[in-house]
Ligand binder design. Sequence first.
Ligand SMILES: Nc1nc2c(c(=O)[nH]1)N[C@H]1C(S)=C(S)[C@@H](COP(=O)(O)OP(=O)(O)OC[C@H]3O[C@@H](n4cnc5c(=O)[nH]c(N)nc54)[C@H](O)[C@@H]3O)O[C@H]1N2
Ligand SMILES: Nc1nc2c(c(=O)[nH]1)N[C@H]1C(S)=C(S)[C@@H](COP(=O)(O)OP(=O)(O)OC[C@H]3O[C@@H](n4cnc5c(=O)[nH]c(N)nc54)[C@H](O)[C@@H]3O)O[C@H]1N2
Ligand code: SF4
Ligand SMILES: [Mo]
Length: 675
Amino acid sequence: MARVLTTCPYCGVGCGFYLEVVDGRLVGVIPSRSNSVSKGRLCVKGWHAHEPIQHPDRLRAPLIKKNGKFEEVSWDEALEFVAGRLKEIKTKYGPEAFAVCTSARCTNEENYLMMKFARAVLGTKNVDHCARTCHAATVSGLNQSFGSGASTNSYDELPFMDCILIIGSNPTEAHPIVGWRVRSAIDNGAKIIVCDPRKILPAESADIYIQHYPGTDIALINAMINFIVTQNLHNKEFIEERTEGFEQLWQVVKDYTPESVEGITGIKSSQIKQAAKLYAASKRSCIMYSLGMTEHIVGTDNIISMANLAMVCGHVGKEFSGLYPMRGQNNVQGACDMGALPNVYSGYQSVADEEVRDKFEKLWKVDLPSGTGLTLTDMMFKAIEGALKCFYIIGEDQLRTDPDTHMIERALGSLDFLVVQEIFLSETAKKADVVLPGASFAEKDGTFTCAERRFQRVRKAIEPISGKTDGDIICEISKRLGYVMESDPKKVCDEMASVSPIFAGVSFERLEGNGLQWPVPSKDHPGTPVVHLGKFRRGAGKFIPVKNKPPAEVPDKEYPFVLSTGRLLFHYNTGTMTTRVANLIREYPRNFVQINTTDAERLDIKRRQKVKVKTRRGELEVLAEITDKIKMGVLWMPFHFSNEPTNVLTNSAFDPVCRTGEYKVCAARIEKVEG
Ligand SMILES: Nc1nc2c(c(=O)[nH]1)N[C@H]1C(S)=C(S)[C@@H](COP(=O)(O)OP(=O)(O)OC[C@H]3O[C@@H](n4cnc5c(=O)[nH]c(N)nc54)[C@H](O)[C@@H]3O)O[C@H]1N2
Ligand SMILES: Nc1nc2c(c(=O)[nH]1)N[C@H]1C(S)=C(S)[C@@H](COP(=O)(O)OP(=O)(O)OC[C@H]3O[C@@H](n4cnc5c(=O)[nH]c(N)nc54)[C@H](O)[C@@H]3O)O[C@H]1N2
Ligand code: SF4
Ligand SMILES: [Mo]
C-alpha cells in the first residue's frame, strides 16, 4: 500500500492527510499527525474524502451536446470543438464577450493558469470565482481598513486567547478543526462571545450569547464601540500610534448607544455592554467571523465595523489578537491570491496599475486588456442583457449555488456557448454545450492555500480518471488557440512566484514540511504567521464609519418570515461530492426547513411534515424541522441538496461594493402541504 500526503479538498481549514492507495485505487484516508493545521485530526468529511473520487458517476469522457443530448466524444474532438467555437466567438463578438469562472476547489496553479488563459489567450478582463458569493466582502473590507484582505493571525494562537468573539461563523460545522481549537481555548479558560441568530453549538458553551436579528450586526458592533469608548475602555495609545480617522468614526458611533439599538437588534443593552466589556478588557481578544457577516447587502460595511472594533481596542496587529475570516473553500484564499478576480493579477497586483500590466505583458509576451472586468454577479446580469456570449466555468455549480436560481437559469440560457469543466455532471454542467471532465484533488499535483494564508502541497495519488487534469485541459485548449503555456504545476508555481512579490519565496521544495504562510517575500523568508505587526500594510489602520441599513427584503404581511441559509457538518456546498458518500448522506438524506416551535404550533406544522416555502422568486417543498435554536419569525435552510434547490428562494440583491448576494436574509412564507 502507498500513502500519499496531501491536503483536504473540502473546507478552508486545510487539514493534512494521507491518501491510501492499493493497485492504483484509493482505499482510505489517514490523518497526518505532523500537519501543523490539523495535528492528526480530521472531521467526518475529511475521513471520507477518498470516497466520491472513484464514484461511478464521475465524468470519464468529454461530452458534447448534439441535438439537445450529450454524446461522449474523444478528447481530440472535444478540445478541437471548444477551441474552434472560442475562436469564432472572439472573431464575431470580440474578447469582452467571454467570461471565465475559475474554481476555488482547484489548485493555485490551475487558478493561475486559468486567469492567464482568460487574460492572455481569450483577452478578456472578465474573470472571477465563487469568492464573490462568499468572502469578497472580507477582501474589500479589510483591504480598506488594513491594506490586506486576509486573516491577520494563525490557528495556533487560538487555544491561547482570553476571549474569542464568534460572529456569523459556525466553526463546529463549517470549520470543524478550527472548532476544535476553539474548544481547546475554552478548556484553557478562554471566554467566548457568540453573536448568531441561530443557537449554534458554540453558543451552548458561550459566556455571552447574543441572538440578534439577522442583518443587524452593524448596529450591534457600533453600540459595542460606543460603550467601549464611553467607558474609557478603548486603547488610546494604539489609536494614536497606529490608526487614523478615529474622530470621524466617533462622530457616527456616538449616536449608537446600546439602548438605542435594542429595537433594531432585539438585544438588551445590558447584554451588549457585557459583551463589549469582555472583548475590550480581555488581554488576548480576537474575532472569528464568516458568512453571517459577509453574505448581506452590507457585507463590506459589516467587515469594516469589525475592523473598527478591533482597532478601537488595539486587538489587532499583534500576536494573540486579530480578525479570523473563516475562508470557505479549500482553496478560495488561493484562488483570490492567484488573481482569479476581475481587478487584480496574482498577489493582489491591481489591473489598473500600468507598471503591473507592463510586467505581465512582458512575461506573457502578449497585449493585455486594460481595466477591471465583470464580477460573477454582473456576469449573470450581462448575460441576460446579451452582452456576454460565452462562459467558461471550472468547478462551480452556479445553478445551485448562486442566489435566485431562476435568474441564473435565464443567464446561462442566454449564452451562445457554455463550457463547463467538472468532475461530476452538476446542474450547471447539464446546461453546457460541452462538458470537459477535470480531475479531483487526488489526481493532481499542486498547492492549496488555507484560511490562515498557508500554502500547502496537494499530491497526486492516482492517475487522472479522465486522463487529464484541469491544468492540462486549459493548456491544451490554449495551445490550439496558438498560445503555449507551461502546464507542469511545479513550473507554474515558479512562474507565479517570480511575478508576485508577496509570494516570491514560494516553491514546491519550500512547501515540504508544513507549507508557508504568506507574505513570503523572498526565498529565505520564513513566512508570516501574524500580519500588520508594528504597522498595517496600508500604513495607518483606517477607521471608516459605517451605518446600519436594513436588508434588501424585510418581512411583510405577504412574506412574514426571515429566511436564512447555511451549512451542515455532513454536507459540502452543492453536495456533488458529499451526497455520494454513504455515511454522510445517511445523516442528512434530504433538504429541510427549520422553524421555531411557537411558529410551528401556531401554523399547525408538525415535525417532518411536508411544507412549502415561498419567496418572491420561487417556491420549494421540503420537510419541516421544529427547533428552539432559531427565534420566532425566522426560517433556516441548508443548500446542499441539488434535487431540492434552496437557491430558487434566495435573493440576488447584493452589496454594492463587493457584489455578494444576500443569502442570509430574505422574506419568505411557509405553509403546510396537505396530504
Ligand atoms: N460542512 C461544511 N463545511 C463548510 C462548507 C459546507 O458546505 N459544509 N462550506 C465552506 C464554505 S464555501 C464556506 S464560505 C464556509 C462558511 O462557513 P460559515 O460562514 O461558518 O457557515 P454558514 O452556515 O453559512 O453561516 C455561519 C453562521 O452565520 C449565521 N448568521 C446568519 N445570518 C447572520 C447575521 O445576520 N449575523 C450574524 N452575526 N450571523 C448570522 C448563521 O446562523 C450561521 O451559524 O464553510 C466552509 N465549510
Ligand atoms: N443558499 C446559499 N447558497 C450559497 C451559500 C449560502 O450560504 N447559502 N454560500 C455560497 C458560498 S460561500 C459558496 S463558496 C458557494 C459555493 O458554490 P460552488 O463553488 O458552486 O460549490 P461547490 O459544491 O463547492 O462546487 C463546485 C463544483 O466543483 C466541482 N469540483 C470539485 N473539485 C473539482 C476539481 O478539482 N476540478 C473541477 N473541474 N471541478 C471540481 C464539484 O463537483 C462541484 O460541482 O455557494 C454559495 N451558495
Ligand atoms: S475541517 Fe475542513 S479541511 Fe479539515 S477535514 Fe474537515 S473538511 Fe477537511
Ligand atoms: Mo464559500
